[in-house]
Design a protein around this ligand. Structure first.
Ligand code: ATP
Ligand code: MG
Length: 613
């Protein structure tokens, strides 16, 4: 994973802190946390509640109006009166549609406001977490936690609030109206409602199980596809294609089987729930007929009772569907709280400003080991060195010797196990992480480029940097001819992940990007020793210009890169086996550096070290 992406991370804000504290102190209380998130939006919640109450009552008014229409017509009302009732009925229909829009709008508005804040809080929090966390958590999992879990919450607020609450109001109102007409029928309807609810809930539970199985099978199939596509070149060239197709077929067959099972279950549920409502309708028709023949109720009331058993179905179905959303939201919220409870091993309490201008660096007895059970070895071992402001240090060492780890320590992506590091005389503990990183410019080993033009890749989409500044920077670094020779010059589009450029060329883009930012401390981790001679010459020239007047640490894979730097540090298993001024080391024929140089300055360090051994 590239580490330049962490540089813009800033400290989490107060809301995250209070949510994280909440999750640590009462991990099960996710509803309380959700409530806390919504509380600042009290005014909107009040508005939604009013809209929902009206939206819940409106469906009950239509049948009441028709019942009145029937009774009045039977009692010989004038046509003007009946037309008046019909007019109200039409107006009611229009208001119901308007209310539906109002409910959807207000609920979506609230849910997006609440969850967008949570999304950005979570993103900031995750970016702030240390390397250990990011090593243990895959990017896909993070996307699912930051976006998927929060989407479950957002759906809960917009859908549950809008549908379930309105449906609840409708059901309660319905029973109340029927009780008012005839309390015995009201009681009967309440019992029927309870039976219908229990049936719908138990059926839905089974449907959820089937849906979960199908979802898991689909997830497995998508995982297979992703892995196979990512390794397509290797699979093709090594003849693994038929195996990949066979496993894909197996995974798709599992999806087909589970979705057929879900469909079958769905049809069965539909039949059973239909039967429950048809029986309910028949019972009420029989009661209606009996009461009507005895003259206990009017024709209008008979219609009203039948109609109410029919409209009961929709809100009840909605409530049953929404319970699943409640479970998903609860799961999402508790996972979100868990994520917020993750803490970074890097404290960010400092506030001492760094001095302006080039920054000197001091390392004193710095040790570091990754907290990794499989590989507990010290990766940086008792490192002490200092770089004066404006001076440069070249770091050499074979692969795995701890060079990138040293860079991570300087950027405070990891914390020394012991020892201290200071910048401009201020200990890293006393500097705010965001300030530190804003003063350091980094080109990491795996430069990340975007699917965008060279210009956008250089400015990182910062529109305040205009074309002339980009041109001037390229010119300064001696890269203008190189970029101008591309098909559309600086507007040439790169493919996904910067496809179209070699590793060395990507590094040239990253160097220019850094030059535009003009940092006070430059940290370069050379990508590869395998760069063609022309690109290498360009890289060397650009680095020379970039570090001019700045403090720099250059991790090199080629001796030619470090030749012109002020000091050289040779690392071996995290220890400094050689450290001194470049001139002195090259003059001392016994030094490792001089012996490496004797092999040829254009040789790659890895190869040189092997040859030297
Ligand atoms: P290269 O020249 O290949 O870039 P390097 O000198 O930069 O190598 P580092 O990346 O600093 O080497 O790694 C030093 C050691 O630390 C290696 O043994 C490596 O396996 C281990 N290591 C590196 N990163 C991690 C990590 N995130 N977690 C655990 N161990 C790590
Ligand atoms: Mg490295």
């Amino acid at each position: 994973m590239g580490w330049d992406q962490y540089c813009s991370a800033s400290a989490p804000n107060d809301r995250v802190r209070s949510l994280a504290m909440e999750s640590r102190s009462r991990s099960s209380n996710h509803w309380r946390a959700l409530f806390d998130l919504i509380t600042p939006h009290r005014a909107r919640v009040t508005a939604i509640s009013a809209v929902l109450a009206v939206a819940g009552i409106l469906p009950l008014v239509g049948p009441l109006l028709i019942a009145k229409f029937i009774d009045d017509a039977a009692n010989g009302a004038t046509s003007a009166h009946l037309l008046w009732l019909a007019g109200i009925y039409v107006a009611l229909g229009v208001s119901r549609q308007l209310m539906a829009v109002a409910v959807a709008w207000t609920a979506a508005d609230l849910s997006w406001r609440v969850t967008n804040e949570l999304r950005s809080d979570l993103t900031r929090h995750v970016l702030h977490l240390d390397l250990g966390f990011h090593r243990a958590t895959s990017p896909g999992e993070l996307v699912s936690r930051v976006d998927g879990d929060v989407t479950a919450l957002s759906e809960f607020i917009s859908q549950f609030a809008a549908k379930a609450v309105a449906a609840g109001v409708t059901l309660v109102g319905l029973i109340a109206v029927v009780m008012w007409r005839d309390w015995r029928i009201g009681l009967g309807l309440a019992v029927y409602l309870a039976i219908a609810t229990a049936t719908m809930l138990s059926l839905r539970d089974r449907a959820v199980d089937e849906a979960a199985t199908e979802q898991a099978a689909t997830g497995r199939m998508l995982g297979e596809i992703e892995e196979r596509l990512a390794g397509a070149d290797d699979l093709r060239s090594n003849g693994g294609g038929s195996h990949a197709v066979a496993t894909f077929q197996k995974a798709s067959a599992a999806v087909l089987r589970s979705s057929l099972a879900r469909e079958r279950q769905g049809v069965a549920l539909w039949i059973i729930s239909n039967a429950v409502f048809i029986i309910g309708g028949l019972v009420i028709l029989a009661v209606d007929a009996a009461l009507l023949s005895r003259g206990s109720i009017t024709l209008g009331t008979a219609y009203l009772l039948f109609q109410y058993t029919q409209i009961l179905r929709e809100p009840l179905g909605r409530l049953a569907d929404e319970t699943e959303r409640v479970q998903r939201a609860a799961g999402g919220m508790s996972r979100t709280l868990q994520l917020l409870a993750e803490t970074s091993s890097i404290s960010n309490e400092g506030s001492t400003p760094l001095p302006t201008g080039a920054l000197g660096v001091e390392l004193s007895d710095v040790c570091f080991e990754y907290r990794d059970e499989e590989n507990p070895a010290r990766v940086v071992d008792n490192l002490t060195l200092s770089i004066a402001p404006g001076n440069s240090l070249g770091v050499l060492g074979r692969t795995g010797s701890g060079k990138t780890t040293l860079a991570r320590l300087l950027l405070r992506l990891v914390e020394p196990t012991s020892g201290t590091i200071s910048f401009g005389g201020v200990s890293l503990h006393d500097v705010e992480v965001a300030e530190l990183r804003s003063r350091i410019g980094v080109v990491s080993q795996d430069v990340h480029l975007f699917e965008a033009s060279i210009h956008d890749n250089l400015t990182l989409f910062d529109e305040t940097i205009d074309a002339s500044a980009v041109r001037a920077a390229l010119n300064e670094l001696g890269l203008l001819d190189w970029v101008s020779a591309m098909p559309q010059g600086v507007e040439t589009k790169l493919g996904p992940g910067g496809a179209g450029l070699s590793a060395g060329e990507s590094q040239l883009i990253a160097l220019t990007r850094l030059f535009l930012r003009s940092p006070d401390f430059v940290l370069l981790d050379e990508a590869s020793s395998r760069v063609d001679p022309t690109t290498e010459a360009r890289v060397t020239k650009a680095i020379d210009r970039l570090i001019d007047g700045r403090t720099a640490v250059v991790i090199a894979h080629r001796l030619s890169t470090v030749e012109r730097l002020d000091q050289i540090l040779v690392l071996e298993d995290g220890r400094a086996v050689e450290h001194g001024a470049t001139e002195a080391l090259s003059a001392d024929t016994n030094s490792r550096y001089a012996r490496l140089l004797a092999l040829g300055a254009d040789i790659a360090v890895d190869e040189a070290v092997v040859a030297y051994d």
